[in-house]
Design a protein around this ligand. Structure first.
Ligand code: ADP
Length: 807
């Protein structure tokens, strides 16, 4: 058996009740008089033991207006137990009205008869548990909201990045970086989400999320703007130290942003509408240096459970690098664009391997013969399909492949325009333009239309060639002297004239040594005069060539050239060998004196004969009369012959020698000519060869040629008894010759006989002529298409011959 009593007195029971930890009280009657209450209950009530025996609303007057008295009365009347959990009651504890939460039970205690005699009131103070639960719920919803905002921020950033990417491919790297940022954001979201599960119960862990977040986060209290939470990323971004921001309002911490953003934050707090800033420009002090920064950020309102705004969460990402990169790209693009658009030569940017015409300037459109509307934004080969057959597309692809510049000078290009085909010669270059990854993304093509220059150059070259031909065919030499060095540069012809080797160096001083001493001063003066007066000079002088060949007459012209300071730098000009024309001039002078002399002799003799005839006219002695008439006739014949020669010469000079051709027998013509020789009886004219040969020629002129040859034989071979005519047919040619057996002609003279005014030393012959007979004969034969020549052996006679074509 146990020592414990099986029944306790009321007093004992109450004593036990008093000792339980569970707050307990017993109430009776409608006023719910506190029959008893243990310490735990009295402590909950915040009262002392005086309350025992008092109606409940006297003991705890603060309960008035609260539902508890009613509930207690209901239990007393109905016998139904009422219980509740987390039920709020307002109690005055320590003189202060406070809210508490209880799990409680009002239980009806009945007697044996089943009547309710009192209400047993038990209660557990769960205020702490309730509040901490409440806080957890609040935190949970805050986090939920934060995550949602982060997610939407993230989405918006992604959308912004995509837009950026779509609008500008060059920003590929920026996009990549933004993508990385997005990934970081996504990662941070993941971190936040994964942390979220375990964080819902702990504010401390929420802080840790904020701290660890890779984006700047700062939470600012809505009512006083004091910073509640801030992470390192945010401090880094704003260039602040923890000490500068702790327990301060956001605008005390970051005064530089207050003017611009305080009104915005007030707006967010007032309206609850979040604010998004894209690439906001900030001046940030970092490590003592003011830096320009660009930031994407959100002011996100955080709300209490009741919807009122408790705080503003700032989430910020530093996008400075991306913005600056993009600005740099934009800048360099703008520079490129303004360079292209203002260049005075054709420039175009061809994008990607499609060769899309992205940009082109006016000179380029002019070369293309297209308007911007016809070309811009289109593929090069679509606009100019004719380029397919030209080397350009291949070279462009080559630049894309190699990343190296291709430049080609003077290349022909053909372009079809609505107005017809255009053909140009161009200098062009293709320069690769690289993207940030070093790949060729476009080509800058530079095109210079040099068609006109090339044709001008060709014209110039042509003119030079013609000039050179003229100089060469006129055998003109060119020369130039560098005045400072005295170096003399001579053309090949000038060297030939001076008898100089092709590659020898030469000076003006050396060349003057070749000049005939009496001409040196004339040459030097001419040069000096040209330098002094800037006029060209023209001087004729004699040189003994360097190789000691025969002396030559030279005619040199020249002009001085000056530098910017008006000092003569060089003299240049031409020179020509005028020896022959000097000799010709001499011959002409000689001819005139000979002609006068030749005419004077027969005229003097005619005059003498006429004077004699005049004196004896009244009584002329018969033998003298006929002699004088003979003399006069011979003189007249001589004068006629000389005048005939002179007339023939002038006709020939004027190109007026006209042929009147007929067909005649050569032998007849030879038999009839030269009777004047036959009658003297001094010479026998012997006809040999083909006596039947007929020719078609100007008989009078051919007769003149033969007479001249016979007369020469008479004059220069007076002792030749016989003069032979020979007629021969050689193929399609007739060859007629006149041979004498006289002294013959020295071989060195043979080649000159047919030249104008040429006479061998005629001093030995009384009847020498004007040196024109053979020259005129040669012209007559040449005009007939035949040849003339002489075969002679010194001491054995000469054979003069000519040929004529036989139909
Ligand atoms: P010219 O009026 O002096 O006779 P030509 O032209 O007829 O002129 O002749 C040129 C020169 O050729 C003559 O001066 C003479 O010296 C030379 N010559 C011409 N025929 C003969 C000949 N049969 N024998 C020798 N010399 C001749």
């Amino acid at each position: 058996m146990s020592n414990y009593p099986s029944h306790f007195s009321n007093a004992q029971l109450l004593e036990i009740l008093a000792q339980t930890k569970t707050a307990t009280a017993i109430h009776s009657t409608d006023e719910m008089i506190i029959e008893t209450a243990n310490d735990a209950m009295i402590s909950i009530w915040g009262k002392d033991r005086d309350v025992i025996g008092k109606p409940i609303e006297d003991a705890l007057p603060e309960l008035k207006g609260q539902p508890f008295l009613g509930m207690l009365q209901s239990v007393l009347h109905t016998g139904e137990t009422i219980s509740g959990s987390d039920t709020m009651a307002e109690l005055i504890v320590d003189g202060i009205k406070q809210q508490f939460y209880f799990d409680f039970e009002y239980r009806a205690i009945k007697n044996n008869a089943g009547d309710v005699i009192c209400v047993l009131h038990t209660a557990t103070d769960v205020t702490e548990r309730y509040l901490s639960r409440q806080r957890e719920l609040e935190l949970e919803s805050e986090l939920q909201a934060t995550n949602e905002e982060l997610a939407s921020t993230n989405e918006e950033l992604a959308a912004a990045n995509e837009e950026l990417g779509a609008s500008n491919e060059e920003l590929a790297s920026t996009i990549e970086e933004l993508t990385v940022t997005n990934e970081e954001l996504a990662e941070s979201k993941d971190i936040l989400q994964s942390l979220n599960y375990s964080l819902t119960e702990s504010e401390a862990r929420f802080r840790s999320v904020v701290t660890q977040a890779p984006v700047g986060i700062c939470i600012v209290s809505a009512h006083d703007h004091v910073i509640q939470e801030v992470n390192n990323a945010y401090l880094e971004l704003t260039g602040k130290q923890m000490g500068e921001v702790e327990n301060r309002t956001i605008w005390q911490a970051i005064p530089e942003a207050a003017a611009a953003y305080a009104p915005i934050m007030n707006d967010v707090i007032d309206t609850g509408i979040p604010f998004y800033a894209n690439e906001a420009e900030l001046k940030v002090m970092r490590h003592g240096v003011t830096e320009q920064a660009f930031v994407n950020f959100v002011y996100e309102p955080l709300r209490f459970a009741d919807g009122t705004i408790s705080a503003v969460m700032i989430i910020a990402i530093d996008v400075t690098e991306q913005v600056l990169t993009r600005q740099r790209i934009e800048q360099s693009e703008n520079r490129l664009k303004s360079m292209v658009m203002t260049a005075p030569i054709g420039m175009t940017v061809l994008k990607s391997r499609d060769l899309m015409i992205e940009m082109a300037n006016q000179p380029m459109y002019e070369i293309w013969g297209r308007s911007p509307q016809q070309a811009l934004g289109k593929k090069l080969l679509k606009v100019f399909p004719e380029l397919h057959d030209q080397p350009f597309p291949k070279m462009l692809q080559q630049v894309f492949d190699s990343g190296n510049r291709v430049a080609v000078p003077e290349i022909p290009v053909k372009i079809n325009t609505p107005l017809g085909e255009l053909n140009y010669i161009v200098d062009f270059a293709y320069d690769p333009l690289f993207d940030l990854n070093g790949n060729v993304e476009a080509i800058l093509a530079t095109v210079i239309n040099i068609t006109e220059q090339i044709s001008a150059r060709n014209e110039l070259q042509k003119a030079k060639d013609i000039l050179k031909q003229a100089i060469d065919s006129a055998e003109i030499g060119t020369w130039s002297v560098n005045i400072a060095t005295d170096e003399l540069v001579l053309s090949d012809q000038a060297r030939k004239i001076h008898g100089l080797a092709a590659d020898s160096n030469f000076t003006l001083r050396q060349s003057l040594k070749m000049v005939l001493p009496q001409h040196i001063e004339k040459v030097q003066n001419a040069i000096q005069h040209a330098i002094d007066t800037k006029q060209s000079f023209d001087v004729e002088y004699i040189i003994t060539p360097f190789d000691n060949s025969k002396q030559k007459w030279l005619k040199a012209t020249g002009k001085a050239y000056y530098d910017d300071d008006n000092n003569a730098e060089s003299i240049a000009g031409t020179m020509i060998d005028i020896t022959e024309s000097k000799a010709y001039d001499q011959q002409r002078d000689d001819f005139i004196s000979i002609a006068s002399h030749e005419l004077k002799t027969p005229i003097t003799s005619l005059k003498a004969a006429l004077q004699l005839l005049d004196r004896m006219k009244d009584n002329p002695p018969p033998n003298i009369l006929s002699k004088l008439i003979d003399q006069s006739n011979r003189s007249m014949d001589k004068i006629s012959t000389l005048i005939e020669d002179l007339l023939n010469l002038s006709r020939m000079n004027e190109g007026q020698l006209k042929l009147e051709k007929t067909t005649f027998t050569v032998a007849d013509m030879l038999n009839e000519c030269c009777n004047h020789v036959r009658v003297t009886g001094k010479h026998e004219l012997v006809l040999q060869g083909d006596k039947k040969l007929q020719i078609y020629a100007d008989e009078h002129r051919i007769d003149q040629v033969v007479v001249n040859m016979v007369n020469n034989a008479v004059k220069y071979a007076p002792n030749s008894k016989q003069i032979f005519f020979n007629i021969a047919k050689k193929g399609n040619w007739a060859k007629i010759s006149v041979r004498d057996t006289g002294p013959g002609i020295a071989p060195e003279k043979l080649s000159h006989l047919f030249e104008r005014y040429y006479r061998t030393d005629a001093s030995g012959y009384q009847n020498s002529g004007l040196g024109l007979g053979l020259f005129i004969s040669a012209e007559i034969i040449r005009k007939h298409g035949g040849e003339i020549g002489v075969d002679s052996e010194f001491g054995k006679g000469s054979t003069f011959w000519f040929t004529l074509p036989l139909l």
